[in-house]
Write a protein that binds this ligand. Structure first.
Ligand code: HEC
Length: 273
């Protein structure tokens, strides 16, 4: 090979090296830096609205298609559902409590509870700043967002409405209920979320949604685990109580939830509402 040939090969090699350098992905920033660097921060109010909408979807799905339809085919739901001698599933409020416990046990500092001015369970009463804010929610019917001075937590309250007759009858007839004249469409309480920061990165936003969904899954999983002690067990699989004495397995339940909730959530992620 003559000198000219060697020269051309050297150039081609050099080009190859330059090309590889140009097209290589930039080095990944260290964990932690990445979230902040990758995009704008998201106000916590948007995060709260997103997870509240997800909670509304799972609550409606569980209340109507598991509890409502389940009762018609002989499934029972009870406040003492976790007792060994009670063969029943969780009431909607206790499904939410299970999800809240799972969220509290995660590494994300998000908290969730269902409070009221007239609670069946006294620990569900609002406290401090929440009391006045719930009055405002009752007067306006609008969700409330504020920084709680005592806990330094950003707080969101969303109305929990008596949307079906059983909400009213069960609470009015309950021996521990301090209020016995609830009516349909009354605001019975507020789903209340707390988070320490006023804004989060996109990565944190996704992590929060993940933890909330894991909470719903854990709550449903706890119900399915309880079934094992039942004398008469509904069949588990793809079928729902509307189709007979059966229950969707975890995958089927979370699948239907995701079908209903995901479009709105993705929309919020993309469009920044
Ligand atoms: C079969 C009975 C039953 C039904 C149906 C029912 N609840 Fe409850 N609810 C309870 C019990 C019992 C508690 C207390 C659970 C606990 O925290 O131990 C509760 C808790 C609550 C709380 C928290 C404050 C409190 O009272 O302790 C709210 C708010 C609430 N329910 C609203 C609703 C709404 C809205 C519906 C209908 C969508 C509904 N409930 C359906 C029995 C019921």
């Amino acid at each position: 090979m003559n000198l000219r040939g060697i020269h051309i090969i050297a150039l081609v090699l050099l080009l190859g090296i330059v090309w590889a350098f140009v097209t290589a992905p930039p080095p990944l920033p260290a964990e932690g830096e990445r979230s902040e660097a990758s995009g704008p921060m998201i106000p916590i109010e948007r995060v709260f609205r997103t997870i509240a909408a997800e909670n509304d979807q799972v609550r409606a799905l569980y209340t109507a298609e598991i509890v409502g339809a389940g009762k018609k085919v002989g499934l029972a739901f009870d406040e003492d559902w976790e007792d060994d001698d009670v063969q029943a599933g969780p009431l909607p409020a206790l499904f939410l409590r299970k999800a809240a416990d799972s969220i509290a046990a995660s590494s994300v500092p998000l908290r969730l509870f269902l409070g009221s001015h007239f609670p069946i369970k006294s620990t569900n009463a609002f406290k401090g700043e929440q009391v006045g804010r719930f009055e405002e929610l009752l007067a306006s019917g609008e969700a409330q967002f504020f920084l709680d001075p005592e806990s330094s937590r950003h707080t969101a309250m969303f109305p929990d409405v008596a949307s079906a007759a059983p909400c009213v009858t069960c609470h009015n007839e309950h021996p521990d209920s301090p209020k016995v004249d609830w009516k349909l469409d009354d605001i019975m309480g507020a789903t209340t979320w707390l988070y320490p920061k006023g804004e989060v990165s996109e990565a944190e936003f996704l992590e929060i949604i993940g933890v909330v969904r894991a909470g719903f899954r854990d709550a449903y999983r706890a119900y399915l685990a309880e079934l094992e002690s039942f004398a008469e067990r509904p069949s588990l699989g793809e079928r729902w109580p509307a189709e007979g004495f059966c229950l969707p397995d975890e995958e089927a339940f979370m699948g239907r939830f995701s079908e209903r909730a995901s479009a709105a959530t993705v929309d919020r992620l993309i469009r920044g509402r």
